[in-house]
Design a protein around this ligand. Structure first.
Ligand SMILES: *Cc1c(COP(=O)(O)O)cnc(C)c1O
Length: 392
């Protein structure tokens, strides 16, 4: 057998090293603590010399199994799986940013992350500046070594703006800034930022990685050196992944490649059809040539994903009627699961924000965010078309 690297679809199912004996499926080690033969062995293990697990808040075999798989998929040196996407971000920043050091963040980020930065992290360990999604790389380049860490998200929620990953990675490297990307919308099938020079890649594994809307989980990947700081912080912060959730995550990842391929093709099909419909004012989807950063998306993504936003030619009441009439697209927050979801940002993630500010973010009260699932594409299109019929 050649030593050619395994492709993502193989890594999803079997990881880098296939099972050679024992159970075909990694067992669930539902234990908080591990037993040692004698004190010397215990001491060596506590010091990390044996690779043996000591206590599940530090490491667990079921979680390690899924960490190795994700690490191979991202092309990184080390991956840590924690109890949520939020725990991943908190562990990374609290592990790496200290005593009033500055963080630069793009302004279009997940609402929970925004609140974590403003309400907690900026009170205890960091100063934060926000810049427009288009200005992240230039701001870094002009800042000298002002920033310890740079955080950004691409594609963004909910309007699927695209940031040039390589440009940010280069700017961060040239200024000695640690770069951290929230790659949740892309998944490791559609983009692999570490291979473009980004230092740390995190996911809300609740979304595409888990893929079945049945777990909350987070991952963070990068070099051994940076990850050792992140792991130390995660261990103390205690956002520990439960072994049973790790088992479900591993089970989800086995089908990640086929699921994402279907998410990609279903979403492209819907985006093309919706963009030709006069009742739809705008379709935000990076796979459409009309998308403002389509060329960047084409350069850095292997597929354009299952997320899109559509702005309807109606008001908030009409938009609500549209969502209420859908039968296959379920009305729920979250994303990346096998089932299609529709939600109105103005009434959920962006509730309470006035129309003018919404417009500045590229959304309005008639924007609907769609997480396109893996159902039949004609069924999905029929569902949306029936919803549009309710508007007239
Ligand atoms: C959901 C989400 C998060 C938060 O992850 P949790 O698993 O809910 O803690 C962070 N970033 C993005 C882009 C998300 O969609």
């Amino acid at each position: 057998m050649s030593d050619r690297k395994r492709k993502p679809a193989t890594l999803c199912v079997q990881g880098e090293n296939s099972q050679t004996s024992g159970p075909a499926v990694a067992p669930i080690v539902q234990a908080s603590t591990f037993v040692f033969e004698n004190q010397q062995q215990m001491l060596d293990s506590v010091q990390g010399k044996t690779g043996k697990d000591v206590y599940t808040r530090w490491s667990n075999p079921t979680t390690k199994n899924v960490e190795e798989k994700l690490n191979a998929l991202e092309g990184t040196e080390d991956t840590h799986v924690v109890a949520s996407g939020m725990a991943a971000i908190a562990s990374a920043i609290m592990g790496l940013v200290k005593n009033g050091e500055r963080v630069l963040s793009s302004d279009s980020i997940y609402g929970g992350t925004f609140n974590l930065f403003n309400k907690i992290l900026s009170q205890i360990c960091m100063e934060i500046d926000y810049v427009d999604t288009d200005a992240v790389a230039d701001t870094l380049e002009d800042s000298g070594s002002k920033y310890k860490l740079c955080f950004f998200e691409t594609p963004t929620n909910p309007t699927l703006k695209i940031i040039d990953i390589k440009k940010v990675a280069d700017a961060a490297q040239s200024t000695g800034t640690i770069s951290l990307i929230d790659s949740t919308f892309g998944s490791p099938i559609n983009q692999r930022p570490y291979t473009l020079g980004i230092d740390l890649v995190m996911h809300s594994a609740t979304k595409y990685l888990g893929g079945h809307s049945d777990i909350i989980a987070g991952t963070i990947s990068g070099s051994k050196e940076l990850m050792s700081e992140v792991r130390s912080a995660a261990k103390l912060l205690g956002g520990t992944m439960d072994p049973f959730a790790s088992f479900l995550l591993d089970r989800g990842i086995k089908t990640l490649e086929v699921r994402v391929a279907k998410h990609n093709s279903n979403a492209s099909y819907l985006a093309e059809n919706l963009s030709r419909d006069s009742r739809v004012r705008e379709v935000h989807y990076p796979g459409l040539p009309s998308h403002p950063q389509h060329d960047i998306a084409k350069k850095q993504m292997y597929g354009f994903g299952g997320m899109m936003a559509v702005t309807l030619d109606t008001d908030l009441a009409g938009t609500s009627r549209f969502v209420d009439s859908l039968k296959i697209f379920l009305n729920a927050v979250s994303l990346g699961g096998v089932e299609s979801l529709a939600s109105i940002p103005a009434l959920t993630t962006h509730y309470g924000i006035d129309e003018k500010s919404l417009n500045e973010m590229g959304i309005s009260s008639s924007t609907v965010r769609l997480s396109v699932g893996i159902e039949d594409q004609e069924d999905l299109l029929d569902d949306l078309m029936a919803g549009l019929d309710v508007l007239s």
